[in-house]
Design a protein. Structure first.
Length: 335
């Protein structure tokens, strides 16, 4: 097969050596040195799509989206593969980061994904493809700060590269409820529900859209699970969120987190403590809603995502509905 008048050929030994060394450097976080080698490889074999794919991948790791888009477009121009090539996926991520919606739509289509008929809001100018993608891709989990103190939270997939965070992240993540994060394409792990459904866990790349809604930590006195649930419903009805961190947080090692992990929605009756749970018994987070034989502890650490002007009124309303079984104290803004 001939491309632009050149015959396809195997890359030279020098190209392979430079590329292999570059990816070793990438693994060590030495992006500048890796970039010099991958640029040299592209100079040696400019007709190979892999040369430009590797550079696009490096620029993605560096979050240099302009360069990632440029190198990615050179890679796909040289492709001789069927739809599904990862080159197009990387172009889609770069285009999404840059809010280049026409290119993002083109990239996902070329990858083989079906696009909605209209991808822009009614108020957007130009053609429908000029606005953000609006896709129904369901729920997914996203791993925030994957290279640091990683935390897996639940969210809603807006398109193939963005998730809106619907859990309330812990303050250590630096993330908030309602934020939109850009994520990578290859899942690292799954979360399985009691009904057998499995949801992929994607790694966050960077924050795409911040949330103005702060995160609060509060100590609750909730006599029963129903009292706790009432606060979560009250917050949701107000358009915000509350989450019982004493139940929802589990500490997992990296191997377990990146594997297929069951989630407990409170309806199960596990016979023993989760063997994949690496937190300390007796400390908040080692249980997931319920475990057999575990007594309800009225004192709960709760995360609330709500404006400062609303959060105290929300808690007071919750207490007022059942003052004999509910109370709160020590409200603190944590993120």
């Amino acid at each position: 097969m001939r491309i632009f008048g050149r015959g396809r050929h195997r890359p030279s030994a020098t190209w392979r050596q430079a590329t292999d060394r570059a990816f070793t450097l990438i693994g060590d976080g030495r992006y500048e040195d890796a970039g010099a080698l991958l640029t040299r490889a592209a100079d040696l074999e400019p007709w190979l799509s892999e040369s430009w794919y590797n550079l696009a991948l490096l620029h993605k790791f560096r979050h240099d989206w302009e360069q990632a888009r440029t190198a990615g477009l050179r890679a796909v121009a040289l492709l001789d593969r069927a739809p599904g090539a990862p080159d197009w996926w990387n172009v889609g991520i770069a285009a999404t980061a840059l809010q280049d919606w026409p290119l993002a739509r083109r990239a996902w289509q070329a990858y083989g994904l079906r696009m909605p008929d209209s991808a822009g809001s009614p108020a957007s100018a130009g053609s429908p493809g000029d606005g953000p993608l609006e896709m129904e891709l369901g729920s997914a989990a996203v791993r925030l700060s994957p290279e640091g103190e990683a935390e897996v939270v639940w969210g809603r997939r807006l398109d193939p590269a963005r998730v809106e965070v619907l859990s309330i992240p812990l303050p250590s993540s630096g993330r908030r409820w309602g934020e939109v994060v850009l994520h990578d394409g290859v899942p690292h792990g799954e979360r399985a529900t009691a009904d057998g459904a499995a949801y992929p866990v994607f790694d966050e790349i960077e924050l795409w859209a911040p949330s103005p809604v702060p995160t609060w930590l509060v100590l609750l006195e909730a006599a029963t699970e129903a009292d706790r649930d009432a606060l979560e419903r009250l917050a949701a009805d107000a358009g915000f969120a509350a989450e019982d961190w004493s139940s929802s947080v589990r500490l997992l090692c990296r191997t377990c987190s990146e594997g297929r992990m069951p989630t407990d929605d409170g309806s199960g009756s596990a016979a023993a403590r989760d063997p994949h749970d690496h937190s300390e018994p007796g400390h908040p987070g080692h249980l997931s809603h319920r475990s057999a034989g575990a007594l309800w502890v009225p004192e709960r650490e709760c995360g609330i995502a709500a404006p400062a002007t609303l959060v105290r009124g929300l808690l007071d309303s919750w207490v007022a509905d059942s003052p004999e079984s509910r109370d709160w104290r020590d409200l603190e803004e944590v993120c």
